[in-house]
Design a protein around this ligand. Structure first.
Ligand code: LFR
Length: 480
């Protein structure tokens, strides 16, 4: 038939899903085959991913998906498993919110100054970049016994196919890739004592990644051969690939646990001003650069909601919409919010420390979070345009946050630009489209985006009110 079917495995920080995409000439639809929770586990040695539960979820999802032409896998970035000489996994992958990287960056910068590191790798400072994780682990027994390091999607691909590779868009989040050559930063790795021999050969979105092993076929009830295709295995790379921008110059915000706000560029911006503004140059599809800033995102709200015992979300959001606007804001880019736990108290503390009213109800705190996110979106979108000298006329919001109409409207208001919201499952769609493109079913990146724009429901939000209010709120945080 003219319609092809693809399984997209998309793992987020709080849930994983296996989606089925059907692509035909001019058609694209996506359905959910299986969704499962991703529950990190705290053991005596720290916070770990339950990688076996995730792999079991992937197998259940493939069984539910049924016959597919190919499979692709994406997940969050930076985290990895270490394998021994027999190819067996050494321990549970460490969660990027684990405390082991505290104080590590300073040790790294003593060897390679932060400015030099940025000029070489283009990566914003985040304590969890793989580079810092490997430095934190340098005298661990596990690393001493490791022969191979596989990033999470590459590890799952290895378990499915028996073939090991390192996908480039996700590799770019390790801080060991040079965004100009799109190859390893050999000099940085050498100076920091990181063994690049741990990494399997680089592969790019669209490359073949093997076929499902016979045991996997037996477990999932599928009939082989079922190829696995390399996609933009960093979820944000897949999500950016599915931004439904057609002709306009656009900024994007990928929303979910994180908000990743920025631009798609042809070349990295490695200036000192860019480093100080903490913008990252991650790699995207087709040698593009994802020039963006990490903002805490809906993590702030997820953690509060967990603390409040899971109240009804739509009700909470409509109560938040009734709250007075911009009463108190916090810096949603602050790494102080990275660790789990006590989030309502930490937000209250931040308001107190900046001499603002302390929100005291769930609705008030929720409004403070959404105003703060919109403000952080505004700042990232504005600064990216000026640092990259790349003006835009529209902001695309993709990912789970598109379901939060208040957040979308506040973002339009704060940015003073129209917002186009959708699709919610952008990462899965980008994953599907790269597989379809590898199969010759869709053309270039522009054609992929046009197909998303034509087939997926999108909502448009016009900016309202006076953007000067947002300027004033920003001044409360920056003192400018
Ligand atoms: C989003 C994301 C971000 C990355 C963070 C940690 O899911 O992949 O892009 O910075 O998770 O890996």
């Amino acid at each position: 038939t003219a319609v092809h079917t693809y399984a997209a495995v998309d793992l987020g920080a709080s849930s994983g899903r296996v989606m089925v995409g059907r692509v035909g000439p001019g058609s694209l639809d996506l359905t959910e085959a299986h969704r499962f929770p991703n529950r990190p586990v705290r053991v005596p040695e720290g916070l770990r991913w339950d990688i076996l539960a995730l792999y079991a979820g992937v197998l259940d999802g493939l069984r539910a998906a049924g016959r597919v032409d190919s499979v692709g896998i994406d997940s969050w970035a930076v985290d990895h498993g270490l394998l021994d000489a027999d190819g067996a996994l050494l321990g549970n992958p460490v969660h990027y919110r684990d405390a082991r990287t505290e104080g590590i960056a300073e040790q790294v910068w003593a060897n390679v100054p932060a400015a030099e590191l940025y000029a070489a790798t283009g990566l914003q400072y985040a304590p969890f970049n793989t580079l810092y994780q490997l430095t934190a682990a340098r005298s661990s027994a596990q690393l001493a016994h490791a022969e191979r390091l596989l990033l999470v999607p590459d590890l799952l691909t290895y378990w499915l196919t028996g073939e090991a590779g390192t996908e480039l868009t996700n590799a770019s989040t390790t801080q060991l890739i040079d965004p100009r050559t799109r190859d390893w930063s050999y000099d940085i790795a050498r100076r920091l004592g990181i063994d690049l021999g741990l990494f399997a050969p680089l592969r790019r979105p669209g490359d073949p990644a093997g076929v499902l092993r016979p045991e996997v076929l037996a477990e999932t009830g599928l009939t082989g051969p079922v190829p696995v295709t390399t996609v933009g295995s960093h979820d944000t790379a897949s999500a950016v690939a599915a931004v439904p921008a057609v002709r306009e110059r656009f900024a994007y915000i990928c929303t979910g646990t994180w908000s990743l706000a920025g631009l798609e560029l042809d070349a990295p911006v490695l200036t000192e001003a860019s480093r100080l503004a903490n913008f990252t140059n991650e790699l995207g599809l087709d040698d593009t650069v994802r020039y963006l800033r990490n903002i805490m995102g809906l993590w702030l709200l997820q953690e509060c909601v967990r603390e409040w015992g899971d109240p009804d979300l739509p009700q909470l959001l409509s109560a938040a919409a009734e709250q007075p606007p911009l009463r108190s804001v916090v810096d949603a880019g602050d790494a102080a919010f990275l660790a789990p736990g006590r989030m309502p108290q930490r937000i209250a503390d931040a308001c107190r420390a900046s001499d603002q009213p302390v929100p005291d109800s769930p609705a008030g705190i929720t409004r403070c979070i959404l105003d703060s996110l919109a403000l952080a979106h505004r700042r990232a979108v504005a600064e990216a345009q000026s640092l990259a000298d790349h003006p835009v006329d529209v902001v695309h919001i993709v990912g789970g946050g598109t379901r939060n109409a208040l957040l979308c409207q506040l973002t339009a208001d704060a940015c003073g630009l129209p917002v186009v919201a959708g699709p919610a499952e952008a990462a899965a769609l980008g994953n599907v489209l790269v597989q379809a493109r590898a199969g010759g079913l869709v053309g270039d990146r522009a054609a992929m985006r046009e197909l998303v724009a034509r087939t997926q429901p999108l909502a448009r939000y016009e900016p309202r009110g006076d953007p000067a209010r947002w300027q004033a709120a920003e001044a409360r945080l920056t003192g400018r």
